[in-house]
Design a protein around this ligand. Structure first.
Ligand SMILES: [Zn+2]
Length: 290
């Protein structure tokens, strides 16, 4: 594992979506700007190889050089517009809770097929070249308008992130969960911005309540929606606050510590992606002046 300090892709890197090596690679915000990834921030990356954290900071949100110019405008921008409408509805949803403590979100005229493709595109952008259990399937699906998801797509679940903290986990393996071989190992990733959090699961969705302490909102069915299908949806998102840089650790530090020791959650396998890390965890320091 090379230990360069750059968060950006080296020269000659392939586009994460079309795999072209001969186009200019441009910056993509992950999570997207529409999900609040803008302004000054301070972050930490967790480097398992070095056994510790490294601090990084910036003034304009976290962006990665991962998409070629053509993919950035064709998919990053076009999907990003419809995703932004959805993210705004979630982030601005107020504080109305359902009887079982879930946050009620009313969305108007969203395109589920495009929202879920944008989430998957962001997930793909975080992975190293060719990394992930089925990167071809994810790439094909994001570029297609076909409402027939390939078998290798991850399950996609959402939650409401009550904290002002971002947490990004490109891909991680969690094993020994609950000491029940039926469930582990679990492979997945996470992209969480204040307000909206998404978890990508490649194996054993059953493990999610054990890892997160709650049952997230499964939106995988949106991959079967038609490209032009536009709907108003009432969603119920489990609210939770990120306080923990380790992947998929939810709740208060005491709660996490309890689950950690009870369920023996450990890392199984992580490789460096474009973040040059296994996970980034950052906080907004101030809003960008208008
Ligand atoms: Zn491309």
């Amino acid at each position: 594992m090379e230990a360069n300090g750059s968060r950006t892709a080296p020269e000659g890197e392939r586009c994460r979506l079309c795999r072209s090596t001969n186009r200019v690679i441009t910056e993509e915000h992950v999570p997207p700007k529409s999900a609040g990834n803008r302004g000054a921030f301070v972050g930490r990356t967790l480097r398992l190889e070095e056994g510790g954290f490294r601090t990084f900071s910036g003034a304009e949100g976290v962006s990665l050089r991962v998409l070629c110019e053509r993919c950035n405008s064709r998919y990053g921008s076009s999907l990003g517009t419809t995703f932004g409408d959805f993210a705004k509805a979630v982030i601005g949803s107020g504080r109305l809770l359902t009887r079982d403590g879930r946050l009620f979100v009313s969305t108007q005229e969203i395109f589920p097929a495009r929202v879920v493709r944008h989430l998957l595109l962001n997930h793909l952008c975080l992975l190293g070249d060719g990394e992930g259990p089925a990167p071809e399937d994810v790439r094909d699906f994001v570029r297609s308008r076909d409402p027939s998801p390939p078998p290798g797509l991850p399950n996609v679940s959402l939650y409401y992130n009550q904290s002002e903290t971002f947490r990004v986990v490109p891909i991680a393996g969690v094993g020994s969960l609950l000491r029940r071989p039926r469930i582990g190992p679990w492979i997945g990733g996470e992209i969480a911005a204040p307000g909206l959090g998404a978890v990508f699961t490649y194996s054993g969705r059953d493990a999610i309540p054990a890892i997160t302490g709650t049952d997230l909102l499964d939106v995988s069915g949106w991959t079967s929606a038609g490209w032009k299908e536009r709907v108003s949806l009432q969603l119920e998102l489990p609210p939770t606050a990120i306080r923990e840089p380790r992947p998929l650790g939810f709740g208060t530090p005491a709660e996490i510590e309890k689950r950690w020791s009870t369920h023996s959650i450990v890392w199984l396998a992580v490789r460096g992606g474009p973040l040059d890390s296994s996970a980034a965890f950052w906080r907004r320091t101030k809003r960008r002046p208008a």
